[in-house]
Ligand binder design. Structure first.
Ligand code: S3P
Length: 743
């Protein structure tokens, strides 16, 4: 029969919620011409006919199935074999069959027994959707919209049959995934069957207790939320528990073991262990909620697209604090975890990069409370107390996490794999793998020295002297951290000063570190002793406002409590050399790091040749400085900055392209750029900016709007959350006009 219908004729066997909702979805979308129904219960068939869900029914299953293009079997799992035997004589050689059961192994066996092993037109399927409601009346044509449907075709299943079933699911809005029968049953045992079993069992226990009346009278949210699914169909679940017995018992044993562990910790008043279970579970549940909302933190690039529309705005004003320093936040988690005792961190950056580090240490068994308003409590496990993580450590966008962890992991007794998002997967890791191999570590990277990276434990490390081939604090830190585990002394000489937070913080944790000129030395055999860390505001985040206030006429802002470590203040030096009006006030030291309030007023900047010795000291601030250069009088030349090409994006190219798109005369060179300033009255044209998902490119062009003549549309800004949560809100309260659009 030629038609536009996805399926001309459907037979639905079993008129429960799942089958009826699929049929209703197909009907609502005019994807089926005729539906015939069968159910053991005559009332259900009559009701389905009355509400227009089916066109006809019969008490003879063979009559229903005959001539159907697709037979949907929505029957309790243990009835499957009988139902298949009953309908078999009516099957022609084109009819495709599918089911919707929660267990696939037993259905595959039934199909084989009854229709023959090698029967090619049965497509095993399972929609991951449902409700504790049942029956024809509950049918919902939108039940499957954006829900997963798992198909488990076997080797002998016909591709045409799979295509038909796929199409019939896709038309009702489902997302289709394929996996093997065995994998399906294992995953579902854990994610669905065990929770149902626990819910039934808990309600039964409580209902049998002599205080049951009290319990049901006062049972509020917790009981209700946890046990909702115990109201599902007992027949269906009896069948599932029995059909997937092997896998269910396996996950039940695992759960019983963990429950006994938690019981023991409570009995022993071991509050740290209890806290460990609860914090790990909370993080996992929060993560799951984000996945449900399609906002998974694990891969912001794939899930949420965020664009900024930055409209021309006036001056910046006010006194405010930008979030905590990213480099120091990473290190506080690492060293706090490896210390003996409990470390309290305040001012911690709750950005995705430092959270990736935090999660990695949780995965390695460290109990970490928070973060809550920048406060984190780390229950250190000592230098040798980390445990094998259950999975690959996923480090998102964060190069610092991967490179520093590589050094630490080389000293462990277990193997670790580390991976990252699209941007991190393109970044060079050979620079840390090389010295680690010289120390005796076994390290594997993907092609071209890129992530994922595998570091094998149980290799004896020996101290080395390493002359850094590039000025990189990440490589320096990686080698020093491996040095904590290497026999003898490890030393590093750097070609130019780079941030020294690792060295300072090691000292803060009571570890002996020797610094002599450009060489740092460390010996193994020491211990880290827990301490408290106050993380200053990140000068790299402050830099956007320093540039913004400099270029926007009439601006006057004060950035509070900013870290001014001498290895980080290149941005202040460079802006001052360009004529910036910057005052460093109220200098003090907090936990081994210098801190100050910084006042910036607008000034007419002038172009300069940026001194090369300032480059490593301002390495993350160049995207912002390019905007300053574009607003200056005259030419700005940057040289010696080839490292910018291997940051979260090729920052030279990304910035030059963006400036050109906004009408600025700029060009990239191998190791820098030449930018012709627009001068006092110059304004950026409107245009689109491609950020390459790089947070700093996005924030820099947001600042350009202070001197815009038309809106600047900045694409793919979701990764601003890696280093500067709340950037748009803070910017707008200071005087910018950024609209955030999620797409
Ligand atoms: C960092 C070092 C720098 C910097 C990065 C953070 C650190 O990287 O760009 O944002 O925390 O050690 P390199 O070491 O690659 O220069």
């Amino acid at each position: 029969m030629a038609s536009n219908y996805v399926v001309p004729r459907i037979a639905v066997v079993g008129l429960g919620l799942i089958g009826c909702s699929w049929v209703k979805g197909l009907r609502d979308r005019a994807a089926v011409a005729t539906v015939v129904g069968y159910d053991r219960n005559l009332d259900s068939m009559q009701e389905a006919l009355r509400v227009g869900l089916i066109d006809d029914f019969s008490t003879d299953i063979q009559q229903v199935v005959r001539d159907a293009d697709l037979v949907i079997l929505s029957v309790p799992i243990l009835s499957m074999r009988q139902v298949l035997s009953d309908l078999k004589p009516a099957l022609n050689d084109k009819t495709v069959l599918t089911d919707v059961g929660s267990v696939k192994g037993s259905v595959a066996a039934d199909v084989g027994e009854v229709l023959g092993f090698g029967f090619s037109r049965f497509v095993l399927g399972h929609p991951i959707a449902g409700s504790e409601k049942s029956g024809v009346a509950a049918a919902d044509g939108n039940l499957y919209v954006r829900h997963k449907v798992i198909l488990t075709p076997e080797e002998h299943t016909s591709p045409d049959a799979v295509a038909l079933v796929r199409a019939a699911w896709e038309v009702v809005g489902a997302d289709i995934e394929e996996m093997t029968v065995e994998h399906h049953d294992e995953v579902l045992a854990a994610t669905s069957h065990l929770p149902h079993l626990l819910a039934y069992s808990l309600v039964d226990t409580l209902a049998n207790s002599h205080e049951n009346k009290e319990i049901f009278n006062y049972a509020a949210g917790g009981f209700r939320d946890f046990t909702r699914i115990a109201a599902s169909s007992p027949v269906m679940w009896r069948d599932i528990f029995s059909a997937n017995k092997g896998q269910i018992l396996k996950t039940l044993d695992l759960f019983s073991h963990d429950l006994a562990f938690l019981r023991h910790a409570i009995e022993q008043d071991d509050t740290t262990t209890v806290m460990g279970v609860l914090t790990r579970a909370k993080v996992a549940r929060d993560h799951f909620s984000k996945i449900l909302a399609r906002r998974a933190y694990v891969d912001p690039m794939k899930t949420a697209t965020v664009n900024y529309i930055a409209s021309p705005s006036g001056a910046l004003s006010g006194s405010f604090r930008v979030p905590g320093d990213k480099s120091i936040s990473h290190r506080s988690i690492m060293l706090g975890s490896l210390a003996n005792g409990t470390t309290e961190v305040t001012g911690f950056l709750e950005g995705e990069d430092s959270l990736a580090t935090l999660q990695a240490f949780r995965d390695m068994g460290v109990v970490i409370e928070g973060p809550h308003r920048g406060r984190v409590t780390i229950h250190g496990v000592g230098l040798n107390g980390l445990q094998t993580p259950p999975n690959t450590l996923y480090l998102g966008n964060s190069g610092t996490s991967m490179r520093l962890l590589a050094g630490l992991m080389a000293g462990q007794t277990f193997d670790v794999e580390m991976s990252g998002d699209e941007s991190l997967s393109k970044r060079p890791m050979g620079r840390v793998a090389d010295p680690l191999r010289l120390m005796g570590a076994q390290v594997e990277t993907a092609e071209g020295g890129r992530p994922p990276m595998k570091v094998f434990g149980a290799n004896k490390l020996s101290g080395i002297h390493y002359d850094l081939p590039m000025a990189s604090a990440q490589v320096k830190s990686c080698v020093l951290l491996a040095g904590l585990y290497a026999e003898g002394e490890t030393s590093v000489t750097e070609p130019a000063p780079t941030r020294d937070h690792t060295e300072r913080m090691l000292k803060g944790f009571g570890y002996d570190v020797q610094v002599e000129g450009s060489t740092v030395r460390i010996k193994s055999g020491g211990e880290l002793t827990a301490t408290n860390i106050d993380v200053p505001s990140d000068i790299s985040s402050a830099a956007f406002f320093m540039v913004g206030a400099s270029i926007a006429k009439g601006s006057d802002i004060t950035l509070e409590h900013v870290g001014i470590n001498p290895t980080r203040i290149g941005v202040i030096n460079i802006l001052k050399a360009m004529g910036g009006n910057i005052e460093v006030l109220n200098e003090r030291e907090v936990g081994g790091e210098p801190v100050a309030d910084i006042r910036i007023r607008s000034a007419q900047l002038k172009g300069i040749h940026i001194p090369e010795d300032q480059v490593p000291l301002a390495i993350d601030e160049f995207p912002a400085l390019f905007i300053a250069a574009a607003c200056a009088e005259g030419e700005t030349v940057l040289t010696g900055a080839e490292e910018l090409r291997v940051k979260e994006s090729d920052r030279i190219q990304a910035m030059v392209d963006g400036l050109v798109a906004l009408g600025v005369d700029a060009k990239g060179t191998e190791d820098g750029a030449i930018i012709q300033g627009m001068g006092a009255e110059g304004r950026f044209a409107g245009g689109d900016i491609v950020t390459h998902h790089d947070h700093r490119i996005a924030m820099s062009f947001a600042m350009a709007s202070l001197r815009g003549s038309a809106p600047i549309r900045i694409l793919d800004c979701a990764n601003v959350a890696t280093s500067f949560p709340g950037f748009v809100e803070l910017s707008n309260s200071a005087g910018l006009s950024i609209e955030q659009k999620e797409g």
